[in-house]
Design a protein around this ligand. Structure first.
Ligand SMILES: *Cc1c(COP(=O)(O)O)cnc(C)c1O
Length: 225
């Protein structure tokens, strides 16, 4: 399955983040042996022990809502935080990154779904933050793009419209705040069910779990029913 997905991502050079939440280290190593290096987790307390146990050239992506008091567990090593969804969280990431003399790359998560349970900025909120000097003074974070999750629905057209909206938001933020920043270029969108639509709409990173690892059993880690 890994190779099939990689084939589909090749024409657009979209990066694959293998979402390994709730999956054991052996399952991760299986993909690692096939060359996969980018893995995503949605809980800091699950990510930290996996980092300890697994090869150190794995790039770990934090993709789920991150509580400020959990940032410290992943600050020493995390490769990219996709789910930066508030200024308060970004302040804390900056503070923890400074302790380790790091600059941590982050994506601004935007709310694009119709469901109101999803975390994320709206555009006005993000702009207010980006314009504030408090934010501009943060030296240990670097914003390199945006992330979003589409509504959980069979309506492909709705999903496509939501991805189009995220691309639009990316363009607005890029033009207004990062036009000279060549590193601001990532759009993290697309999961197992909708990644092909996401690629068509300009995704640079897809986050795929179920297709690679099979269905999750929601017993311990996952908050879904
Ligand atoms: C679990 C998760 C994914 C992967 O979902 P699948 O449907 O299993 O591919 C992607 N992004 C986020 C934020 C997730 O929590």
């Amino acid at each position: 399955m890994l190779q099939q997905i990689l084939e589909k991502l090749k024409p657009t050079q979209t990066k694959l983040i293998a979402v390994s939440k709730t999956k054991p280290n052996e399952a991760i190593l299986e993909l690692y042996e096939q060359g996969q290096r980018d893995f995503g987790e949605n809980k800091a307390q699950e990510l930290a022990p996996k980092y300890e146990a697994l090869p150190k050239d794995i790039r770990w992506h934090m993709i789920g809502h991150l509580q400020t008091n959990k940032v410290k567990y992943i600050a020493p090593f995390v490769h990219l935080i996709h789910s930066a969804d508030s200024e308060k969280l970004l302040q804390e990431i900056d503070k923890q990154a400074a302790k380790y003399n790091r600059v941590i790359d982050c994506l601004l998560q935007f709310k694009i779904a119709a469901e109101d349970t999803k975390y994320g900025f709206d555009v006005a909120e993000a702009e207010t933050m980006l314009q504030s000097t408090d934010f501009q003074n943060l030296k240990n974070i670097r914003i390199i793009g945006v992330m979003g999750m589409a509504t959980f629905t069979d309506d492909e057209n709705q999903v496509r419209q939501e991805f189009k909206r995220l691309k639009e938001i990316f363009n607005i933020i890029k033009t207004k705040y990062f036009s000279k920043d060549i590193t601001f270029k990532e759009i993290s969108m697309g999961m197992s069910d909708d990644y092909q639509i996401a690629i068509e709409e300009g995704s640079t990173m897809v986050r795929i779990g179920t297709l690679l690892f099979g269905k999750r059993h929601y017993a311990s880690y996952d908050s879904k029913p």
